[in-house]
Design a protein around this ligand. Structure first.
Ligand SMILES: C[S@@+](CC[C@H](N)C(=O)[O-])C[C@H]1O[C@@H](n2cnc3c(N)ncnc32)[C@H](O)[C@@H]1O
Length: 247
């Protein structure tokens, strides 16, 4: 079934492009892409598991316009980036040409990584899993990633989590609603696809699933992963980043 929350990403990138930005977070130039904490963490983790990263096969899932794919490619890895948004993929191709980087950008769905017919030494998810709302879909992403790893390969998962429990579902803003099932909803006009509900005459589109860390841990275990390292970059009373290395 068509899922409304996928379309939200394509329109977001069309907006990003028409505003003259180069990526998520309204980055204006290549230098503005990505944050320093992620850059350092990714570099350290890749060096820890791949002392000689050159030529190792890496897959960046939900790569957007290439922010982290560029980092992996600059380390000498042979990188493929997958994203559901055609506009993001086109922008990624242009930006990698500008940097003389040779990255294989593919429009595709993280639920179906097997369609790539390839195995990877490293799979990296930077902020994609929390965009996958439904439990069955999230499990497909994780099992699909597990199957796409080479023997000895690792999956680095950086995902948003809600650290403070009990979570307060009363948070409703003008255009956003964060419910008791940890789903973040965004006001929308249409109600044609999976992921849209109607509440008091208003249509809401499911956008993010921001679980507490222990739920994500249970999900990765269910998909057959073993946690090699975990780190929580917590911000008081705010959404935080859980960074896992999985095998
Ligand atoms: C929050 S953005 C992060 C982009 C990039 N990884 C970064 O760190 O800047 C989430 C990305 O996941 C992509 N995405 C969401 N659902 C997807 C799916 N089912 N398959 C592939 N990509 C998806 C979106 O298009 C978007 O580029």
């Amino acid at each position: 079934m068509e899922k409304s929350y996928y379309h939200a990403h394509e329109s977001a990138y069309q907006q990003i492009k028409s505003n003259g930005y180069v990526g998520w977070g309204n980055a204006k130039t290549l230098n503005d892409l990505g944050d320093n904490v992620t850059k350092q963490y990714l570099t350290d983790t890749v060096n820890r598991f791949f002392p000689e990263p050159k030529g190792k096969k890496a897959l960046d899932v939900g790569c957007g316009t290439g922010t982290t794919a560029f980092m992996l490619s600059a380390m000498g890895m042979d990188v493929t980036g997958v994203d559901i948004s055609e506009t993001a993929i086109e922008m990624g191709r242009d930006l990698s040409k500008q940097q003389n980087l040779n990255i294989n950008f593919v429009k595709g769905d993280v639920l179906e990584l097997d369609k790539l017919n390839q195995k990877f030494d490293l799979i990296y998810d930077s902020h994609c899993l929390h965009c996958i709302v439904f439990e069955d879909d999230r499990q497909k992403v994780l099992t699909s990633a597990k199957k796409s790893l080479n023997e000895g390969g690792i999956f680095i998962l950086d995902t948003m989590v809600m650290p403070n429990e009990p979570h307060d579902p009363a948070h409703t803003y003008d255009t956003l609603r964060f419910d008791e099932d940890y789903i973040l909803w965004h006001k929308t006009k249409s109600s044609y696809a999976k992921g849209v509900i109607e509440l008091n005459g208003q249509a809401w589109c499911a956008q993010r699933r921001i679980y507490p860390p222990h739920v994500v841990m249970a999900e990765v275990a269910k998909a057959g992963f073993v946690v090699i390292s975990d780190r929580l970059d917590a911000q008081p009373n705010e959404v935080s980043m859980l960074r896992l290395v999985l095998r």
